[in-house]
Design a binder for this molecule. Structure first.
Ligand SMILES: [Zn+2]
Ligand SMILES: [Zn+2]
Length: 244
């Protein structure tokens, strides 16, 4: 097996502490609306990392100064969220997408056709072509579904299954703080509800459920962090456009 190729650039990722115990990591050389928001959430007993980006840089090495061996919670199996899954020892995902991360291809993760070389401002290495992108198999070590609790000690999240963008899309909800990690279900920008794995009536149902939660701050899979108003506005705008 050829070893996975990582960039040697030291500026592949950027990290920012965005709240107490929450770090936001992104890949600034990939187009702004497609680059994934990765989060590290620290707890007293354990840490989690939510999603892993493109896998073109070593995320495990990059986050080592702030977290050692976090539990990877993969929000769904699209190429922009799972590239470095294989770097983490413990990984959980919804059962609907477990087969994809165990046997990923450019096609079933949508790297083909979405990931293109022209969408990089800087390349991970000279001569990089999007078709070089390799999805490493990383079978889940555990499955998560609606109502499961992810306990970090000092903080605790409930798993919500919010299909629509994809069947296995999940959100993480922390009642105590009103924090919602909402991945590709809710973000500002064009919502992808037209993929073969998407379903609009199901998306509408997930949105109706999400409106029941008293969200204070939402950390999406793309774009800016959302306050309560912006979170609701994204959902209500979509519902208005799709319900007559
Ligand atoms: Zn997605
Ligand atoms: Zn995405």
């Amino acid at each position: 097996m050829t070893p996975h190729r990582f960039t040697t650039r030291d500026d592949w990722f950027a990290m920012q502490r965005v709240a107490d115990g929450i770090y936001h990591i992104t890949e600034p050389h990939y187009r702004a609306d497609y680059r994934c928001n990765i989060y590290v959430v620290k707890g007293s007993q354990r840490d989690i990392i939510i999603d892993t980006g493109l896998g073109l840089g070593s995320l495990r090495t990059f986050v080592a100064p702030i977290t050692d061996n976090p539990l990877l919670v993969c929000s769904h199996s699209h190429y922009d969220h799972m590239g470095s899954n294989f770097e983490f020892e413990e990984r959980v995902i919804h059962p609907a997408e477990a087969d994809i991360v165990a046997h990923p291809t450019a096609q079933n993760t949508y790297a083909d056709p979405v990931l293109v070389t022209e969408d990089f401002y800087e390349l991970p290495w000279p001569g990089f072509e999007a078709r070089d992108w390799v999805a490493e198999p990383a079978p889940a070590t555990g499955l998560i579904d609606e109502g499961d609790i992810i306990d970090l000690g000092s903080r605790s999240f409930v798993v919500l299954n919010t299909p629509g963008h994809s069947w296995g899309s999940i959100c993480l909800w922390e009642e105590k703080t009103g924090v919602m990690f909402c991945a590709d279900t809710v973000y500002e920008g064009e919502l992808f509800d037209f993929l073969p794995c998407s379903d609009i009536p199901t998306y509408i149902q997930s949105f109706q459920c999400l409106l029941e939660y008293p969200v204070q701050v939402a950390y999406p899979g793309h774009g800016p962090i959302l306050d309560a108003t912006r979170f609701r506005t994204v959902i209500e705008t979509y519902l208005r456009q799709h319900q007559s």
